[in-house]
Design a binder for this molecule. Structure first.
Ligand SMILES: [Zn+2]
Length: 327
């Protein structure tokens, strides 16, 4: 493998479209992998580390003058409002990551809406800004709960990053597109920007952050992300503050969950710095808007009803000009 300098500039002839950098602001005891062992009503009893770990991320981003989208768990925002204000003050985009970190496909629509509105209103109250971006806990918008996308539209969200186009035991929609697309619902449309997946023929390789970033050799991750850029599209990268914290308390759980959560935590910060050296990054909304400008509005569109049929008959999409960036 060889890595060329400034790879993004080889892909787009005009101003390069950056990639999306995203952070899910939650603590080590919030993650879905341990929810069977950690009772939500006892979250307050665990020693909190999210503030220090998020501040470490903010310092890295500040040094490199990079801005990101921070999807903040409502529970964290309620317990540490100053952290929310600090993220905002440093120029980052704020998104919602639910209030209670429940997987959407385990919820009924009314419960999802209630949790969504609670987290949205809290962030709006703290920042004075509308919240337009959403990521579900554990990428849990799947065929079992496509209705969530329409509720997001109804509650004012414009960007969702919750549909992971791969197979995984806790999430994933293998038939979903790997690039940015627009979902049309009866209540309006929403942009979907999935985590980075490199696709060649029928093969899909997730490479957008989290455990994949810690598990793969760094060179492989960089090669896959560069290959996505060569396919002419930006990618979305995600990570969590606890992934930079090798000292975090260990929780009981299955061998697989513990492996995924604790593997190679000591490498994350160094790897992140290398990643930031190699690629341009920006918040989600800015990447989508810049990408649309350069594609002149020609972008995949899926109707909500078609999403429901994905697994049955494969993907049905239309490419159509939007006449500019939709809001
Ligand atoms: Zn999460």
């Amino acid at each position: 493998m060889s890595f060329l300098p400034s790879p993004d500039r080889d892909v787009f002839s005009a101003r390069p479209v950056p990639n999306a950098l995203t952070v899910d602001v939650e603590d080590y005891y919030h993650v879905s992998a341990f929810e069977g062992q950690v009772d939500r009503t006892r979250w307050s009893e665990y020693p909190g580390r999210v503030k220090e770990n998020t501040e470490q991320l903010l310092a890295i981003f500040r040094r490199r003058q990079v801005r990101a989208t921070f999807f903040i768990l409502g529970w964290v925002a309620q317990h540490d409002p100053d952290l929310v204000r600090q993220i905002q003050a440093e120029g980052h985009e704020l998104g919602a990551h639910s209030f209670w970190h429940q997987r959407i496909y385990t919820q009924l629509p009314d419960a999802f809406r209630e949790d969504l509105v609670r987290s949205r209103d809290l962030l709006t109250q703290l920042t004075g800004q509308p919240v337009r971006c959403y990521r579900a806990a554990s990428f849990s918008i799947t065929p079992a709960c496509w209705w969530a996308l329409e509720i997001l539209v109804q509650e004012g969200f414009q960007y969702d990053c919750s549909v992971f186009p791969i197979w995984h035991d806790r999430y994933g929609v293998p038939e979903a597109p790997v690039g940015i697309y627009r979902v049309e619902t009866p209540s309006g449309s929403i942009w979907e920007f999935p985590p980075a997946v490199y696709q060649i023929a029928g093969l899909k390789v997730p490479c957008g952050g989290g455990g994949y970033f810690r598990l793969y050799p760094l060179g492989l991750t960089l090669w896959l992300l560069r290959a996505i850029r060569r396919q002419g599209r930006p990618f979305l990268f995600y990570l969590h503050p606890w992934e930079l914290d090798p000292q975090q308390p260990r929780l009981p759980g299955s061998l697989l969950s513990r492996f995924r959560h604790y593997w190679n935590l000591s490498a994350t910060a160094r790897r992140l710095e290398e990643l930031l050296d190699q690629f341009l990054f920006a918040p989600v909304s800015e990447v989508v808007e810049e990408y649309l400008r350069q594609k002149e509005g020609h972008i995949e569109v899926l109707r909500l009803g078609d999403l429901g049929k994905l697994a049955e008959k494969g993907l049905k999409t239309v490419i159509q000009p939007l006449g500019g960036v939709q809001s």
